[in-house]
Design a protein around this ligand. Structure first.
Ligand SMILES: NC(=O)c1ccc[n+]([C@@H]2O[C@H](COP(=O)([O-])OP(=O)(O)OC[C@H]3O[C@@H](n4cnc5c(N)ncnc54)[C@H](O)[C@@H]3O)[C@@H](O)[C@H]2O)c1
Length: 131
């Protein structure tokens, strides 16, 4: 039997209701990790975590905006209370912005850089999981 790469690991993936984050959460779970899946959209978060759980993996949803410190605390508390530890954080939640560099509104740039912050945890790079 093949050894799963993330057996006994506990991971948080933010912005994982769809897209890249969902695929990261799914792959981590398929490789044995217990996943706390976040999305700002509660329906997306619930549906995504149910999809992953239905494939025999362990995944629970914590909905909320990851630019809010309370939500970050809640995700970490959920991981530690449910699975007794936290090994991996994938700060994927974000928005893709397009615009002209010289006229770009500063407030959007501030928001863009705020989102990926999940303080006090160990981050891994997305490319490590997708390679
Ligand atoms: N797709 C690309 O080509 C591309 C390129 C460069 C960077 N990125 C970055 O990769 C990440 C994922 O991209 P994607 O294409 O999968 O995006 P996506 O829009 O498909 O998915 C992003 C998810 O994050 C959620 N989200 C947004 N803001 C949130 C918040 N504050 N808190 C919690 N959840 C939030 C959304 O509801 C959505 O479900 C983003 O950070 C994006 O900026 C994507």
């Amino acid at each position: 039997m093949a050894i799963k790469e993330f057996n006994n690991k506990v991971a948080i993936v933010s912005g994982a209701g769809q897209g890249i984050g969902f695929e990261i959460a799914k792959q981590l779970a398929a490789q044995g990790a217990c996943v706390v899946l976040n999305d700002i959209d509660p329906n997306l978060a619930t549906e995504a975590s149910q999809k992953i759980s239905s494939e025999g993996s362990t995944c629970i949803a914590v909905a909320g905006d990851t630019s809010e410190p309370d939500i970050i605390q809640k995700m970490i508390a959920t991981a530690v209370e449910t699975f007794s530890k936290l090994d991996i954080v994938v700060a994927n939640a974000g928005i893709t912005l397009f615009g002209d560099f010289l006229t770009y509104p500063g407030v959007l740039v501030d928001h863009y850089y705020l989102l990926p912050l999940l303080p006090g945890t160990r981050h891994i790079k997305i490319w490590q999981l997708m390679a």
